[in-house]
Design a protein around this ligand. Structure first.
Ligand SMILES: [Zn+2]
Length: 268
């Protein structure tokens, strides 16, 4: 599942390629995603110009010249393909007046493509937590977020209402880099640990963006190129392998229904 770095990369790619383009047509092959595609999406968007593209958490938003917003989430296996070949999982195809296209392809159909107005967009993102790559997110902010949270720190980092976009991979990797055990109770982290963790969350996300994201199964950029950050993982997916720092064997546990990888020697 794409996390913040992968969605940031896709969002930046789209900004370069489709900003200021006019939508000439939309073809919907399958309306039945997890949430049905907005009825009459073609009628609403035909002729509109894409004025901006942004990311909020793991969502990509396309803004148009008349304040209509397209909200896209890639779910488990979704992809946006630029000017690409089409196959049976191509659910929506956005055609532009210069004959380029963006295709939303999603074999498992957990993705989302909906159209909202400005006010609906504000409501949609209302309970979203802080963006971890902003200046506002720092040790102070993180400590305030975690105060009184009785859950383990790994689950807290993955709570979208606290911090957006940090999923399973980047939560595990950031905790390793900050030398903090995923088993610790969120509320017990010291100020110094919160400072270190906030810094390492930013560093991990930025390093992943620089490496083109992490490609485990499905993720690819709209151009088709894949990411390389998976080669830099310290713990994620490395169960029973030696820690790259101390040679201790990496442990795999389940937390809140998700896999957590960590080094019990480096992280405490
Ligand atoms: Zn270690």
């Amino acid at each position: 599942m794409p996390e913040l770095p992968e969605v940031e990369i896709i969002s930046n790619f789209l900004l370069d390629r489709i900003k200021n383009k006019r939508i000439s047509n939309i073809i919907v092959n399958n309306w039945n995603l997890r949430v049905p595609i907005t009825k009459n999406i073609d009628g609403i968007l035909k002729g509109k110009v894409i004025s901006n593209i942004k990311r909020r958490g793991k969502y990509i938003t396309w803004h148009t010249d008349n304040d209509i917003v397209v909200i896209i989430h890639l779910g488990m296996s979704g992809k946006l393909i630029y000017a690409g070949a089409q196959n049976k999982h191509d659910h929506v195809i956005f055609l532009f007046s210069d004959n380029t296209s963006i295709t939303f392809n999603d074999p498992r159909r957990f993705g989302l493509v909906i159209v909202l107005n400005k006010e609906q967009e504000i409501n949609f993102f209302n309970d979203f937590g802080i963006e971890p790559l902003t200046d506002e997110f720092n040790g102070d902010y993180l400590q305030k977020l975690l105060k009184n949270r009785k859950v383990n720190i790994k689950s807290a980092l993955m709570d979208n209402k606290l911090i957006v976009g940090v999923g399973n991979i980047y939560a595990s990797e950031s905790l390793f880099r900050a030398h903090i055990s995923p088993l610790r109770s969120a509320k017990d982290l010291t100020y110094r640990e919160c400072e270190k963790l906030a810094t390492e969350i930013k560093n991990t996300l930025r390093d992943a963006i620089t490496a083109g994201g992490s490609t485990l199964k499905d993720y690819a950029q709209p151009s088709g190129s894949v990411g390389h950050f998976q080669n830099s993982f310290y713990v994620y997916g490395r169960v029973q392998k030696p820690c790259k720092i101390c040679n201790n064997i990496i442990t795999l546990i389940r937390q809140n229904g998700r896999s957590t990888y960590f080094c019990s020697a480096c992280q405490n």
